[in-house]
Design a protein around this ligand. Structure first.
Ligand SMILES: NC(=O)c1ccc[n+]([C@@H]2O[C@H](COP(=O)([O-])OP(=O)(O)OC[C@H]3O[C@@H](n4cnc5c(N)ncnc54)[C@H](OP(=O)(O)O)[C@@H]3O)[C@@H](O)[C@H]2O)c1
Length: 251
């Protein structure tokens, strides 16, 4: 039999819903999943950067829809959740949006504390809850982009570390509740990754920023995509990544 000259057709899964898709890790995840889903549904604040991700996703064969939303706003979050809950089927929901804060408690303003908790923890809770029906229809997965700060005992992590510790509890609880419905839940604990968030952290701490020594968002996306590509009888629950180069002794 002569080999076919047609390119192999990919059987695409339904839709990927990704928060934080306008930047960094979320954008890289959106582009990776755009290769294997019918539609990417992108959520972020910056409309122009969100549209840029959408255009790049379409070049990878997926259709796209963009939702500009401030996730700390209860009104905007609830409107978004209600809209997404009407989707017919979702194959993956990825929570990548996040805000960082490192103020010591004495200097941590209540509104900053509330905002970090709202974006990093309340939004993933509410969107996961709203999408349980579509995720069940799509035999889907929920991915929480977490941080290696969980479990670390460091000053300045009351808000960010608290939100991410809560995110781990949310993921662990959801997994036990949703496995019987056919859903899988993955937490990804990232070390320093070369994104605008990490660039800003280095600037705040007046440290030189060498992005090439950090994790690359595309590598994170590749790993998450591979974990979810396993047969559904296998579930990766937790992935811990750190930049190898940052831990090598100086040459
Ligand atoms: N970079 C790291 O070293 C590192 C390490 C551990 C964990 N993480 C986690 O990785 C995830 C992705 O972060 P990143 O490094 O890719 O940072 P990033 O490049 O700064 O991206 C953050 C994303 O979150 C969105 N976002 C932030 N606040 C929002 C709000 N109030 N409402 C709606 N969207 C909001 C941003 O939207 P706009 O750009 O449109 O404003 C952007 O798309 C975060 O959950 C972060 O905690 C990062």
């Amino acid at each position: 039999m002569s080999p076919s000259t047609e390119s192999p057709s990919i059987e695409r899964r339904a839709a990927a819903v990704i928060t934080g898709a306008s930047s960094g890790v979320g954008s890289a995840l959106a582009l990776r999943f755009a290769e294997t889903v019918e539609r990417v549904i992108l959520i972020g604040r910056d409309a122009a950067r969100l549209q840029a991700t959408a255009r790049a996703a379409e070049q990878r064969g997926a259709s796209s829809a963009c939702h500009v939303a401030q996730l700390e706003s209860a009104t905007e979050l609830e409107a978004l959740a209600a809209q997404l809950a009407r989707l017919p089927a979702v194959s993956v929901l990825i929570h990548a949006a996040g805000e960082f804060s490192s103020e010591p408690v004495a200097e941590l303003e209540p509104e900053v504390f509330d905002r970090v908790l709202r974006v990093n923890l309340r939004a993933p809770y509410l969107l996961s809850r709203a999408l349980l029906g579509p995720l069940q229809q799509g035999a889907g997965d929920i991915v929480f982009i977490n941080s290696s700060v969980v479990g670390q005992r460091r000053a300045g992590l009351a808000a960010y570390g608290g939100s991410k510790a809560g995110l781990m509890a949310l993921a662990d609880s959801l997994r036990q509740e949703c496995n019987p419905l056919g859903l899988r839940v993955l937490s990804v604990f990232l070390g320093a990754t070369a994104t605008p968030m990490q660039r800003d952290i280095h600037a705040q701490q007046a440290r030189p920023y060498w992005p090439q020594a950090l994790l690359q968002p595309e590598d994170v996306a590749q790993l998450v995509h591979a974990a979810l590509a396993l047969p559904r009888g296998a579930e990766v629950t937790d992935l811990h990544l750190r930049p190898a180069a940052a831990h090598r002794p100086p040459q």
